[in-house]
Write a protein of this length. Structure first.
Lengths: 249, 215
């Protein structure tokens, strides 16, 4: 018996059955893989935090090389000595602070809730690193990252990432040559928390001047670059009172 | 070719050259312009499209006789969207780094006109095996152009291939940069892809005059 595929009832039934099948396949797949995906995301965050404090496997010049995922948990607990959560004027220790989603906290802050802001304190070769997360907007979508400073508010390392910046242009904020430029710059301008601007006209392409609060911009990525400047400025100001206490120590 | 009959082999070989989806049918141009600034992204996109089109064509071909024609476009869209999500989830779980490169382009695969075009023009009227070959062939034809464009854009625009500095270091002035060569920033922006695709079309049609349209 041939089915009449033109009938309305058949069309509706077909649509319903199709959606049920597709829906269950996807639900099955998503729940089956979600643990693995969450684990990957956790490792990635640990890799990023370590990268910002200079714990990585970079060789000479070239590409970004993280600590491999099979060792990252171990290295993370070795180098990150303290994880703090700043909630208003209260500072508490929390070993799961790196799982805090800064995006959600910033959204909550807009609604008047005091945000929980994570800070990571790392130690390497006797030096202390204060690592702050950052979150902002690029040209197309979100950009985020980590910045580590020492007691003098001099940048020790940064890591940037993005969701959907243009490949070859804005996406280059996660390239090493761009991120390395930030090292040695100060986030202070006198006593003002100025952050570091990605500037087009700073006439310093090899980045020799370290006291101008500026790094050289990426060609063709003006809006992403402005997003990075704004993100650093805003994050630094969010943590201003905490950073003040570090400076006075 | 012993593995495939001549007719079957043509299903794969035709879209590579004389019936190429990008240069002859002018489909899928949008993604060819958007993502070819880097060779790696081009390659990942090509591989994903090969998977989605190969499997999608088979699925559509298997259910071709029971799809109500009134909602066939929606059914096709659901099949593409499902496959793309499967690719995305599996990559996120097992190849996290790669999935981050691909994430931007997932939406682009769903809207890629080549995929809908092959479902509509081929899979709805042919058996699963033929549809599979047709899907792989067209996706390869698309991928080849993507990789050619990505190769030239990354080489001339950034002086790199797969991120490796094959032309030397532009800042330290080594390699060809020692002779005053400069990267062409224009190659990175999407209009450059249009020009590269244009040149490929020109070369292809002047080598095979049968491809030139009458008017």
């Amino acid at each position: 018996m041939a089915i009449n595929t033109e009938k309305n009832l058949y069309t509706v039934l077909f649509a319903v059955v199709m959606v049920i099948i597709v829906g269950s396949v996807l639900a099955f797949l998503a729940s089956g893989l979600s643990d693995k995906i969450k684990e990957n995301e956790r490792f990635e965050k640990q890799q990023n935090i370590l990268y910002a404090m200079g714990v990585h496997e970079n060789e000479g010049e070239g590409s970004v090389n993280f600590i491999p995922t099979d060792r990252v948990e171990e290295e993370f607990s070795k180098f990150i000595t303290k994880q703090l959560v700043i909630n208003g004027s209260e500072v508490t220790e929390d070993n799961e602070a790196f799982l805090i989603d800064l995006k959600k906290q910033l959204a909550a802050a807009k609604d008047g809730v005091t945000p929980k802001l994570p800070v990571f304190i790392g130690e390497k070769e006797g030096k202390k690193f204060y690592i702050l997360p950052m979150y902002g907007k690029g040209l197309w979508d979100a950009i985020w990252g980590f910045i580590s400073v020492n007691e003098e508010m001099v940048v020790q390392g940064v890591y940037f990432d993005h969701k959907a910046e243009t490949p070859g242009l804005g996406a280059n904020i996660k390239m090493r040559y761009f991120m390395d430029d930030f090292i040695g710059e100060s986030i202070l301008d006198g006593n003002r928390y100025a952050g570091i601007a990605v500037a087009k006209g700073n006439n310093d392409p090899v980045n020799e001047i370290k006291d101008d609060n500026e790094v050289d911009a990426l060609a063709g990525a003006t809006i992403t670059g402005n997003g990075v400047s704004a993100m650093i400025r805003e994050s630094v100001n969010l943590y201003r009172s905490y950073l003040e206490t570090i400076r006075q120590q | 070719m012993a593995l495939l009959s001549k007719k079957d082999a043509n299903l794969i070989l035709d879209p590579l050259a004389d019936n190429n989806p990008i240069t002859i049918q002018v489909l899928g141009i949008c993604s060819a312009l958007a993502i070819t600034a880097e060779l790696k992204a081009s390659l990942v996109m090509a591989l994903s499209v090969i998977f989605v089109l190969g499997v999608g064509n088979v699925v559509i071909s298997l259910i071709r006789n029971i799809i109500p024609s009134k909602i066939r476009i929606i059914v096709q869209l659901i099949v593409v969207a499902t496959l793309v999500i499967v690719v995305d989830q599996v990559l996120k779980a097992f190849a996290y780094e790669l999935s981050k490169t691909l994430a931007v382009f997932v939406g682009l695969i769903i809207t890629n006109c080549i995929i809908m075009g092959r479902f509509e023009a081929f899979a709805l009227g042919n058996g699963p095996w033929k549809s599979f070959l047709d899907g792989i062939g067209n996706a390869l034809g698309y991928g080849v152009i993507l990789i050619i464009v990505g190769f030239f854009r990354e080489l001339l625009g950034s002086g790199t291939l797969f991120g490796l500095k094959v032309l030397g270091d532009p800042i330290a002035k080594t390699g060809v940069y020692a002779f005053g060569y400069e990267n062409n920033g224009f190659m990175i922006i999407p209009p450059a892809a249009l020009i590269v695709v244009g040149i490929i079309i020109w070369v292809q049609r002047s080598r095979n005059r049968a491809l030139i349209e009458e008017n």
